[in-house]
Ligand binder design. Structure first.
Ligand SMILES: [Zn+2]
Length: 135
């Protein structure tokens, strides 16, 4: 299987674990770490809506908690027929761990075709740690 398709299959499987009783919009993520491991993530909603967290950030948080900080790619899966890309907050969080902007972001478009881009393309000019050093 194509590596992008394989990673996306993990993200699609992770959707089943999503806790999305309010939006019913289940999202799964699969984060390919530099060491070759894959960390799953899913969205986790909350009755206090802003307390919810996206699939991409649960995957990042779990990977960091497991001692991994270098990542190659993330696949994101939502409902069939809907093009999905990481939200603005997730783009910022992903860019934190991709200083060169080359982290690959993989998802299906509305026709189900697998598309790949980079976090640098999704969030050009991202705010990063260098800005803090200039303060
Ligand atoms: Zn998000």
């Amino acid at each position: 299987m194509d590596p992008d398709a394989a990673l996306l299959a993990v993200a699609e499987a992770a959707r089943a674990d999503a806790y999305a009783p309010y939006s019913r919009f289940q999202v799964g993520a699969a984060l390919l770490c530099e060491d070759g491991t894959v960390q799953r993530g899913c969205n986790v909603e909350n009755a206090s809506y802003p307390a919810g967290i996206c699939a991409e950030r649960t995957a990042i948080a779990a990977a960091i908690a497991g001692g991994r900080r270098r990542f190659r790619a993330i696949a994101v899966a939502g409902p069939d027929g809907i093009a999905i890309t990481p939200c603005g907050i997730c783009r910022q969080v992903l860019s934190e761990f991709s200083a060169d902007g080359r982290l690959r972001v993989i998802a299906r478009d509305a026709d189900g075709v697998i598309r790949a881009t980079t976090i640098g393309a999704l969030l050009p000019g991202a705010f990063g740690p260098d800005a803090l050093r200039q303060a």
